[in-house]
Design a binder for this molecule. Structure first.
Ligand SMILES: *Cc1c(COP(=O)(O)O)cnc(C)c1O
Length: 410
């Protein structure tokens, strides 16, 4: 059976060249960068080169890059590190309703510690309004955290505008750019970004490696004490294989970027057009144009996303759903709800996320299988038979506490 991987927003396949380099730095070149001997010096040199490669990808200086274990850690260091270091200047933090849990939960934790939190709403496309942001700013606002591109619906935020406002008001601006780094051009200087989160496994580097960009001069405190690695920001022996892999993935994605965006976008557009043409009652979620090149998110009305995923999986197709909850509960995605979707529509959401590894054959195969799966599920669906009225009732009664739910679709 053919296998199609359309879940690249959850994780990507490690690039073959990257994997070869990672292996080299686990076997032959295995020194500790902190050691003074030749083995150590060789590892140190590799880490320095990787730092330059990562910096170049986002227009930063290499001294502004800190290696971490990934997106979640970089988000935590940004939010808590800036909050703790600047509490004498103010206690107000602004974020948005569609952030990843790696941002929302540290924000909620800070609120419990006495910080004030404003969570900006989004429009029907998942975009933050710059005017609403401006109105939310207070004299004691110290940090704005708005993601670059959303992991569920792919919507891109007005990052440069937000950066300009934050800079003008003297407020730090952090962006979780995990979904955008390597997939979309980023220039932290031009966009006035003070802190940026990235994660290797979302752009063909291994899992468990990421980086945090901190603009020179930003007041931030590290959350961990130990050795002096990463200039005390993130102590602990460096993950040299991961760091070298991240560097290579950064360099490759920068070189591939324009051609890659074009190719993935064409595949995505054909996939979406094929779905729209061949399956009735589909709603596109997210912005029609201001979205990541590889993201498709649709609601297949009257069907549970979960049953779609299972049926696609039986055909070898990996996708994700905004209603996928590992606990088996029915709580729909906070992103889709923030965009104003009703529970029934949110439950029917399907995310297909493409990467440079996908091909025309993948799209053909999906389009050949998908309409029949939807038709069969709808024919069995009591929701489809009663067309909506019952669906709304049923889903509103299905409640689930946030804490019971794991992060869906990462
Ligand atoms: C995947 C993801 C994260 C978490 O990154 P990890 O490296 O898996 O910890 C954070 N934010 C966004 C937007 C993501 O997509």
């Amino acid at each position: 059976m053919k296998k199609v991987y359309f879940d690249n927003a959850a994780t990507t396949q490690t690039d073959k060249d990257v994997a070869a380099t990672v292996l080299e730095y686990m076997t032959n070149t295995f020194g500790n960068p902190g050691s003074v001997h030749a083995f150590g010096r060789e590892a140190r040199k590799a880490v320095d080169i990787a730092r330059e490669q990562v910096a170049k990808l986002i227009g930063a200086q290499s001294s502004e890059i800190f290696f971490t274990s990934g997106g979640t850690e970089s988000d935590n260091i940004s939010l808590k590190g800036v909050a703790y270091a600047n509490r004498n200047r103010g206690k107000h933090i602004i974020t948005s309703a569609i952030e990843h849990h790696a941002v929302l939960e540290p924000c909620e934790a800070l609120k419990k510690e006495g910080f004030d939190l404003t969570i900006l709403p989004v429009d029907e496309f998942g975009r933050v309004s710059v005017e609403t942001l401006k109105a939310a700013i207070r004299p004691d606002t110290i940090l704005i955290s708005v993601m670059f591109a959303n992991n569920e619906v792919g919507t891109m935020q007005p990052i440069a505008e937000i950066g300009a406002i934050a800079r003008e008001r003297g407020i730090y601006f952090h962006t979780d750019a995990v979904q955008a780094v390597g997939n979309w051009p980023i220039d932290v200087k031009a966009m006035n970004i003070d802190l940026l989160t990235m994660s290797g496994h979302k752009f063909h580097a291994p899992k468990g490696i990421g980086a945090l960009y901190v603009r020179k001069g930003v007041r931030i405190r590290s959350l961990q004490q130990g050795g002096g690695q990463e200039r005390h920001m993130r102590p602990g022996t460096e993950n040299v294989p991961g760091i070298v892999g991240l560097g290579m993935a950064a360099e490759k994605s920068l070189a591939e970027m324009p051609e890659k965006i074009d190719r993935i976008q064409k595949l995505r557009d054909r996939l979406l057009a094929g779905i729209m043409e061949n399956v009735p009652e589909i709603k596109l979620n997210g912005h029609p144009t201001l979205r990541l090149p590889g993201n498709v998110n649709v609601s297949v009305i009257y069907i549970e996303g979960e049953s779609l995923l299972l049926n696609l999986d039986m055909k070898g197709i990996a996708a994700s759903s905004g209603s996928a909850c590992t606990s088996g509960s029915l709580d729909p995605s906070h992103v889709l709800l923030a965009m104003g979707l009703d529970h029934a529509t949110a439950h029917g959401s399907l995310r297909l996320s493409l990467s440079k590894m996908n091909t025309d054959e993948d799209v053909d195969y999906f389009l050949a299988e998908f309409p029949a799966i939807v038709a069969r599920l709808r024919s069995m669906s009591p929701l489809y038979a009663t067309r909506g009225s019952q669906a709304a009732q049923r889903c509103e009664s299905a409640s689930c506490k946030e804490s019971e739910c794991e992060i869906r679709g990462s």
